[in-house]
Design a protein around this ligand. Structure first.
Ligand code: ADP
Ligand code: MG
Length: 320
């Protein structure tokens, strides 16, 4: 199967006519037309086999996650996801792998209303780079730099599930085979919070998606905004599976320093909190108030006993 047959068979079906696509797969470039009055939001993420996902990860899940991590960045900007490109390095043209991979990609693309508009296919160690493009009303994007002293810090969904699944997998168990399939799904098939990001545009002062762990990602917001924060470990939202299976001694580490949550962290003025909650609830999404933005700098975390918690003791590293 040559490169063009491979594209035709596995990736062209993710294309098709779509709003704003003047020209899709097949020419030297795609031609896209964002609506007047909108800005383009563009983001890229690369996933390397063995580094960003275990080598034995199901191809379906690799396809899903490669797109999900990019869409999560669009969600964090409050952008509407529209299009994406796929640059794929493959060791070989393995048809069952390609069918699984493109199937996972297509499932999330269909659910999210995004269309594949181009890419590149080469031979090499398995590496997947997706560039996702979204649209956002001019001047309306949610940035990291808008947090203000007095804002409430809110997170969507629950924290720590993916990190717990990874811990359990590393410890030699197969989290998918025991009583924790929901944890493993959070690791392999994260759901980007696209609708929530859009719904909170014009409400939240600042936003970021949680890919490297709450402490590291919130620190980016604090730095960009020139503010500090207090977060309360006892308030961090957890799933029932996490509550049941996370060892007590690991909870704070998993929820504060564990990555791959792909939830949104938003800074919201107290006066807007109930409206934000109402909009989140309409989307079936929990929004939990976990602390406050303060004047100053740095992140303080209060442990479940009300004492300061040293982030250095969480095994927290900048380059995990
Ligand atoms: P060029 O040599 O001009 O860069 P290619 O021969 O690499 O073009 O690609 C041919 C067409 O197929 C282009 O429109 C390109 O965007 C598209 N394409 C290549 N690889 C992929 C892929 N993995 N997914 C989607 N489209 C792809
Ligand atoms: Mg060309």
């Amino acid at each position: 199967m040559d490169e063009f047959e491979l594209i035709r068979r596995y990736f062209a079906p993710l294309s098709g006519p779509a709003e704003g696509v003047m020209l899709g797969i097949g020419d030297d470039c795609a031609l896209l037309a964002p609506p007047p009055g909108y800005e383009l939001a563009i983001t890229s993420d690369t996933l390397i086999s063995g580094r960003h996902f275990p080598e034995e990860t199901a191809p379906f899940d690799i396809g899903w996650k490669a797109l999900a991590v990019n869409l999560s960045d669009l969600a964090a900007m409050g952008a509407k996801a529209r299009w994406f490109t796929l640059a794929l390095a493959l060791p070989e043209a393995n048809e069952s792998w390609l069918a699984g991979f493109s199937g996972g990609l297509k499932k999330l693309a269909d659910e999210s209303g995004v269309h594949l508009v181009g890419g590149d296919t080469t031979r090499g160690p398995l590496t997947i780079t997706i560039t996702a493009l979204g649209i956002v009303p001019a001047g309306g994007a949610l940035r990291r730099s808008g947090a203000q002293a007095g804002d409430r810090i809110c997170v969507s969904g629950t924290l720590g599930d993916a990190a717990l699944a990874l811990d359990r997998w590393r410890a030699g168990g197969d989290p998918g085979a025991d009583d924790a399939p929901s944890l493993r799904a959070r690791l392999d098939r994260p759901t980007p919070r696209l609708a929530l990001g859009e719904a909170l545009r014009g409400i939240a002062h600042a936003a970021i998606d949680l890919s490297d762990g709450l402490a590291a990602d919130l620190a980016h917001v604090l730095e960009a905004s020139g503010v500090g924060a207090q977060v309360y470990a006892a308030r961090l939202p957890a799933s029932t599976a996490f509550d049941r299976l996370a060892p007590a001694a690991d909870r704070a580490r998993l929820q504060l320093a564990g990555g791959d949550d792909y939830e949104l962290c938003l800074c919201i003025a107290p006066s807007q909190l109930s409206e934000a909650r109402r909009r989140a609830a309409a989307l079936g999404c929990a929004l939990t108030d976990i602390g406050e933005i303060e004047a100053g700098s740095g992140l303080g975390v209060v442990d479940t006993h009300g004492a300061p918690l040293a982030l250095s003791e969480l095994g927290y590293r900048h380059f995990p």
